[in-house]
Every structure is written in structure tokens, then in C-alpha cells.
Design a protein around this ligand. Structure first.
Ligand SMILES: Cc1ncc(C[n+]2csc(CCOP(=O)(O)OP(=O)(O)O)c2C)c(N)n1
Ligand code: SF4
Length: 339
């Protein structure tokens, strides 16, 4: 008897739910790429689970014909932790927004990443609260005028990649909603990474923050404003591929023209496998308009995976102590009777 799985297609992953995003929202493109990539992973649909918090982006699980939880605001990483620990065979995706992940959910995000659970976290960054109609978020730039900051934001924005690297994420990447091939490649790589994959996707909220990322997405403009990272390759960008990034005498990045005596060998070579997170952090700090912003995988290293370590501990405890007895445990050790 053949055990081959039927070849699934993107259509197999589409649910029967009516999509409630605004026309032309960047979320559609991310959904389309996810549906394209999942059939390539060779898993049955029942082996995927999408967990989200609250926000426009967090409506994502409704639109996938897989298991899913539209959970609690900011708590998707906690729910995903429970899902993964109790169902280790599931491939678990967390879908979250900049508000969901970094405002109310900042704490939960941090702990999921530092534990290095084998889950994939996709943060749709539109620099605004979309669902609640246009308040500023932790990634809104300084001076951003929004419904809740009519005179301009005074808050220094969080950089999602820096946050993830600060928590020592083992896989950190960035892509753009409409850069479909790059986004599909990035999602594929995130899926195949063992440990927590953290992916920031620049996403256009065309209703409340239209064009926030045009510099990184518009043909004819983006070539000057982004640099595609490739492991082992120098950082080259520009319409004519005539610019690069090198480290100066102080170890800081600087943009150089690839002429007048500067060659590719003088440039910064990307090393996503570097154990030390300093290079990844330096790349995350390269922001428009001073630098081209890196797209691709900034960091990809191997660290012990939380769910595997938990299972080992539980197996060891069972082997040495036998099956547990909850009643006995409750009544053992230091216990008090309150009268
Ligand atoms: C406990 C709680 N606080 C606040 C809200 C209101 N709220 C709903 S979604 C949201 C932020 C959504 O922003 P983001 O995560 O960036 O998602 P987007 O809608 O932009 O995709 C907020 C503050 C809520 N639903 N629950
Ligand atoms: S409000 Fe913005 S993020 Fe939400 S669906 Fe509309 S365009 Fe998309």
C-alpha cells in the first residue's frame, strides 16, 4: 500500500471563510504566499496549526484550512507554546501584528523567543493599529501623526528584529508583503528551521498607514533602499549594483560606491551562521534612509530546542520516578492546612 500523501495545492489550504480585510491590504499577499509554501512542506493539512492574537493580521487563522486559534490579545506565543508542547508533531505558526506582538504581547514574545521553542512567528509590521482604526503602535516612527498622536509620536520606536536578536532568537529574517518570491523563500526557510523562527514582514495597511514601506517595495525605488542578504556573499545593492556596505575603521557600517579603488572584497560579507549575534544586530540597525535595509535571513544558528528539552526531562523523570500521581504530589512536601 502506498503511503504517499496526495499532492496538496494552495487551494487546499484556503478555508471557506469570507475574507474581511480591506481591498488591497498587504495581508492578502502574505496569505497567498503562505498557502503557496505549505503544500511544499510535505505535511498533511492536519499537521499545521496557526495561532494568532487580536488585530487585522490576527484574523489569518480563519482563512487557512488548518487547525487554528484566534486567541487572546498578545498571548499567541503563550497559546502556541501550549499547543506545541502537547502536540509536538504539529507545525505551529504564530501570526501577529506590531501592536499585538510588541505592545500588549511584548512580554510573551520575549519568552517564547528566548526559550527557542520550535515554532514560527510571523510579525506583520504595518506600523499602526489597523483593526482599531489607526492608533500609533510601538513601531510607528518618531513624529508619526495618528489618531492617538495628533501632534506626532514622541515614542522611540521598537525595531522588531533588534528585539528578536536581543532575545537571542536562533532565526531572524525580514521580508516584504508584495515581494512575493522573496517572501515565499523566507517563509519556507522559517518553516524548515529548528527552533523559533522570527520573521518581520513589512505590510501595507493601505487604509490607515498607506505607503509606509513603499521605499522598500516600489519597483524603481526599492533597489536603492534595500539590500538582499545572502549567506557568504558581500552586501551589494543599487539599481546598477554599484553600491555596497563595508565596515569602517570603527567597526561601523558605511555605504560605499563600487568604484574608485573599492572592490567587492572590501565589503561586508554576510554570515548568517555567526554564533555571536553582533553582526545580525548591526544589520538590524541599518535603517532607511541612512542605510539600505537588509531583507532576508539575518541570523540562522542552532540552539537547544525547548520542546525537545522538556520532553527529555519528562521522559527522564518517568524513567526514574515512574508515572506521576497528581494527588500525591499536591499532598507532598511542605503543605499547610488553612483553618
Ligand atoms: C485587551 C485588549 N486591549 C486592547 C484591544 C484593542 N485592540 C484590538 S487589536 C489592537 C491592536 C492591533 O494592532 P496590530 O497588532 O498592529 O494589528 P493590525 O490590526 O494592524 O494587523 C488593539 C489595541 C483589545 N482587543 N483587547
Ligand atoms: S485596516 Fe489596514 S491592516 Fe486592517 S485590513 Fe484594512 S488595510 Fe489591512
Amino acid at each position: 500500500m502506498s503511503t504517499l500523501l496526495p499532492q496538496l495545492t494552495a487551494k487546499d489550504f484556503a478555508s471557506d471563510q469570507e475574507i474581511r480585510w480591506c481591498p488591497r491590504c498587504g495581508d492578502y499577499s502574505i496569505l497567498a504566499q503562505m498557502k503557496k509554501v505549505l503544500p511544499e512542506l510535505g505535511l498533511p493539512k492536519e499537521q499545521f496549526c496557526f495561532v494568532s492574537g487580536i488585530g487585522c493580521s490576527s484574523r489569518f487563522p480563519y482563512y487557512m484550512d488548518t487547525y487554528g486559534f484566534h486567541s487572546i490579545h498578545g498571548r499567541a506565543p503563550a497559546v502556541a507554546t501550549g499547543v506545541k508542547l502537547s502536540n509536538p508533531d504539529l507545525q505551529v505558526w504564530v501570526i501577529t501584528g506590531d501592536g499585538d506582538a510588541l505592545s500588549i504581547g511584548g512580554n510573551h514574545l520575549m519568552h517564547a523567543i528566548r526559550r527557542n521553542l520550535d515554532i514560527n512567528i510571523i510579525l506583520f509590521n504595518n506600523q499602526i493599529y489597523g483593526l482599531t482604526k489607526g492608533q500609533y503602535s510601538p513601531t510607528s516612527p518618531l513624529g508619526a501623526k495618528t489618531k492617538s498622536t495628533p501632534y506626532g509620536s514622541l515614542d522611540n520606536p521598537l525595531n522588531p528584529l533588534s528585539v528578536a536578536i536581543g532575545c537571542e532568537a536562533s532565526f531572524v529574517a525580514r521580508s516584504v508583503d508584495v515581494d512575493t518570491k522573496h517572501l515565499a523563500d523566507t517563509l519556507r526557510r522559517a518553516a524548515n528551521h529548528k527552533g523559533t523562527s522570527f520573521v518581520e514582514v513589512y505590510q501595507d495597511c493601505n487604509v490607515f498607514n498607506s505607503g509606509a514601506f513603499y521605499y522598500a517595495s516600489k519597483k524603481g525605488e526599492k533597489e536603492e533602499n534595500i539590500v538582499y542578504l545572502e549567506h557568504g556573499k558581500p552586501l551589494i545593492f543599487g539599481k546598477e549594483k554599484d553600491k555596497g556596505v563595508r565596515l569602517n575603521a570603527h567597526g561601523r557600517p558605511e555605504v560605499v560606491e563600487l568604484s574608485s579603488g573599492i572592490s567587492e572584497d572590501d565589503l561586508l560579507f554576510h554570515d548568517e551562521k555567526a554564533e555571536d549575534p553582533s553582526l545580525a544586530f548591526l544589520l538590524a540597525q541599518m535603517r532607511h534612509p541612512l542605510f539600505p535595509e537588509p531583507l532576508g535571513v539575518l541570523r540562522n544558528v542552532s540552539r537547544p530546542v525547548y520542546d525537545e528539552e522538556v520532553r527529555k526531562q519528562v521522559d527522564h523523570a518517568k524513567e526514574t520516578l515512574g508515572e506521576g500521581d497528581l494527588e500525591k504530589l499536591f499532598n507532598s512536601g511542605d503543605t499547610w492546612v488553612v483553618e
